[in-house]
Design a protein around this ligand. Sequence first.
Ligand code: TXA
Ligand code: MG
Length: 314
Amino acid sequence: MDELVTRDVGRAVATLRAGGLVAMPTETVYGLAADAEQPDAVQRVFEIKARPADHPLIVHLADAAAETSDLAGWAADVPPAARTLAATCWPGPLTMLLSRGPRVIDAVTGGRDTVGLRVPSHPVAHELLRRFGGGVAAPSANRFGRVSPTTAQHVVDDIGHLLDPDRDVVLDGGPSDIGVESTIVDLTVSPPQVLRAGAITADQIAVLVESGVADASGPSRASGMLAAHYQPSCRVVLAGDRREAHRAANAARAAGRRVGILDRTDDLVVAARQLYADLRRADAIGLDDLVVVLPPAHGIGVAVRDRLAKAAAS
Ligand code: TXA
Ligand code: MG
C-alpha cells in the first residue's frame, strides 16, 4: 500500500489524471482536489466531505491568462473588472464568480450558471496545476461545516480514513501562510459583490475595480455561506476585549467547565494564519469552552471575525 502523504508532485499529477483525489496545499487552506472535468472524481469530493450537492466547488487554474477573452473555456464572459482583478490579484487568495464556460460540468457548480475561479499562489499548488494542465475543483479539505485544514496533518486527522492510499494522496506543502479561505467576489453583478471576506479586502477590490463594491448583506448568494461553519467541537465564546474574555472565562470555570482564552489581537496576520490550528488545539486539549478576544475589524481581521462568528454560532 502506498503512503497517503507525499511531497511528490509528479505522483499527485498522476493521481488527478487517474481520477483520484489530491489534498493540495494552497496559501489559504488545504483543498481536496479532483480533475474538474471528471464527474466521478468530483462526485467523490462531495461524498468524502459529506457536502450537499448544491454547494458548488471552486475551480483552480495554473494561470488564467487575463488577456485571453474566455479564461481558456472556464468562464463565458469576462467583464473588464474581472480582467483587472485577475491581472492584479492572481495568483493569490481571490475567487471570482463569473458566468460559466463550456469546460465547467454540472457536478462542479450544482447546475448553476456561474463558476468560482481562482489561481492559487502557493508554489506547490502552482506546480501541480501547471503540470496537470487542466482545472481542479477543490473545496477546503475538511468535513462539511468543520474547521478548515492548514496543514497536511490536519487533512489526515479529518479525512485521512476516508481517502484511499492506492488512489488518492495528501500533498504536503507545509503550513498555509494566510490561514483563512480566499475572498469571494461576484463579478456577475454590478457593482461586484464581496460574498466572503479574505486576505484581499473589499476596500482593496473597490479601489481596483473603480465601481464600488457591495458587501454581502441579507441572505448570501453564495450557497454554503451558512451561519454556522468552521466549527470545532468545543463551544466558542466571543469577547469584545480582554476584560470581557476574563469575565466570561471565570463564569464558565465557576460552572465547572474547562476553559481557555485565545487572544491574538496584537497581530492580525498571525491571528489568521493560526486561527484554525488554534481551534483544533482547543479540541485536542479537551476544552469545553474557548473564549476568543475578537480582533479589530480591519484588514484580514474582517475575515477572522467572520470565521469566528460562524464558529461561535449555534
Ligand atoms: O481559499 C479557498 O477558497 C479554498 C482553497 C482550497 O482554494 N477553498 C474553499 O472552498 O474555501 P470551499 O468550497 O470550502 O468554499 C467555497 C465557497 C462555498 O461556500 C461555495 O458554496 C461557494 O464558495 N461557491 C463556489 N462556487 C460558487 C458559485 N458558482 N456560486 C456561488 N457560490 C459558490
Ligand atoms: Mg470550506
